[in-house]
Design a protein around this ligand. Structure first.
Ligand SMILES: NC(=O)C1=CN([C@@H]2O[C@H](COP(=O)(O)OP(=O)(O)OC[C@H]3O[C@@H](n4cnc5c(N)ncnc54)[C@H](OP(=O)(O)O)[C@@H]3O)[C@@H](O)[C@H]2O)C=CC1
Ligand SMILES: O=C(CO)COP(=O)(O)O
Length: 335
């Protein structure tokens, strides 16, 4: 089977950029926006005035705010809503999904309270079986993707043929998707790198340099790997695009919203001020607690995630956190 028509649910930064990727790969794309006026603007101007407004969208992308209209004839249904909104956001879609459509998750987060990965939330909320589900992850900052700067990603599904179908639907000269069957690894890596980026951003905001940032990234990777493996992931995923690739992009780029929230906190801003000034989703802020809970349940130490929870949730000052991380018991690097 070849996918010809896709529905992208969520016309934010990544939904809009990924719609463009699918259109470049030759698909007809319906971009669903929850606000009718935004859908109308996208359809008539071929731009999204609220996200990436300077990017011209191919005419094969049309937009609607009507669920049934968005889903008509869809081979792929791509979910680009924020992680904590996904379960409720899926309610209107459940009964309208075409029976053979493949669902694709773009969200990088872990649900609060349940500790569920996004693919688990989607399965529970829609009843689709895992063979019809794929996740896309990797170093994919929306602006750079929308500018068609060359980049690669990973499409993971428990069923290889599903991953291949989705990869074929988003492959273009500017976007190179690799396939994987490690859904757990891709999802844990994608959610946890946002939290590590908050820590790296905070270090930057405190005026610290590249040795510090590189230390946090490397040790952040170590704790992400420990957690992923404890949850059943393939360790190799963490040295790939969804692991170290996305970690580098998110921790180092001023385009990353998580990185920017961290910088703002490091400079002394309050969480409310910093998040409001960015005005877009920074998943690490809401997923850090659920990742810490997952790690506690699995008996895995995640000191950087713990430090970010102290900073973001408990309001602890970032400089105290840096001290706490440095004064931890010494140990062999491999643990
Ligand atoms: N941006 C990026 O570079 C990348 C993002 N991601 C992931 O993609 C996911 C989406 O992020 P992104 O597009 O960047 O976020 P944005 O903040 O740019 O956009 C969020 C989108 O979700 C919609 N939305 C918000 N709340 C709800 C709700 N309750 N129900 C339905 N829709 C809702 C918004 O609609 P409205 O405009 O009406 O508020 C908007 O379309 C996140 O998990 C993120 O980590 C993954 C890779 C790259
Ligand atoms: O996931 C991303 C890049 O791969 C986007 O990161 P931010 O959500 O921090 O902007």
């Amino acid at each position: 089977m070849i996918a010809e028509r896709a529905t992208v649910v969520g016309a934010g930064s990544w939904g809009t950029a990924f719609a463009l990727v699918l259109a470049d790969a030759g698909l007809d794309v319906r971009l669903w926006a929850r606000r009718p006026e935004l859908a109308e603007a996208i359809s008539t101007t071929h731009r999204n005035p609220d996200y990436l407004p300077d990017i011209e969208l191919p005419t094969t992308i049309t937009s609607t705010s009507v669920v049934e209209e968005a889903l008509e004839g869809a081979d792929l249904v791509v979910l680009a809503m924020p992680a904590q909104k996904l379960r409720v956001g899926l309610a209107p879609w459940r009964d309208n999904l075409p029976p053979d459509a493949v669902l694709v998750s773009l969200a990088k987060g872990i649900e609060l309270r349940t500790g569920s990965r996004m693919s688990q939330v989607i399965r529970e909320a829609t009843g689709v079986d895992e063979e019809r589900l794929a996740v896309v992850s990797g170093p994919n900052l929306a602006r750079e993707i929308a500018e068609r700067q060359p980049a690669a990603g990973v499409v993971a599904s428990s069923r290889e043929a599903t991953a291949e179908l989705v990869a074929a639907a988003c492959a273009s000269p500017a976007f190179r998707p690799y396939t994987s069957t490690d859904v757990v690894g891709c999802e844990i890596a994608g959610a946890t790198k946002n939290v590590i980026a908050l820590a790296v951003g905070a270090a930057e905001g405190l005026g610290l340099g590249d040795n510090t940032k590189s230390t946090v990234i490397t040790r952040g990777l170590a704790e992400t790997l420990r957690l992923g493996v404890a949850l059943g992931a393939d360790p190799a995923t963490f040295s790939g695009l969804a692991g170290v690739g996305d970690l580098i992009a998110t921790c180092m780029s001023p385009l990353s919203r998580n990185h920017r929230v961290g910088v703002g906190l490091g400079r002394g801003g309050t969480l409310a001020e910093v998040v409001a000034s960015i005005g877009q989703t920074a998943e690490g802020v809401t997923s850090c607690e659920s990742i810490l809970a997952l790690a506690a349940e699995a008996g895995v130490e995640v000191p950087i995630v713990e430090a970010v929870v102290a900073m973001v949730v408990d309001g602890q000052r970032p400089e105290l956190i840096a001290d706490a991380l440095m004064l931890r018991r010494r140990k062999p690097e491999k643990h």
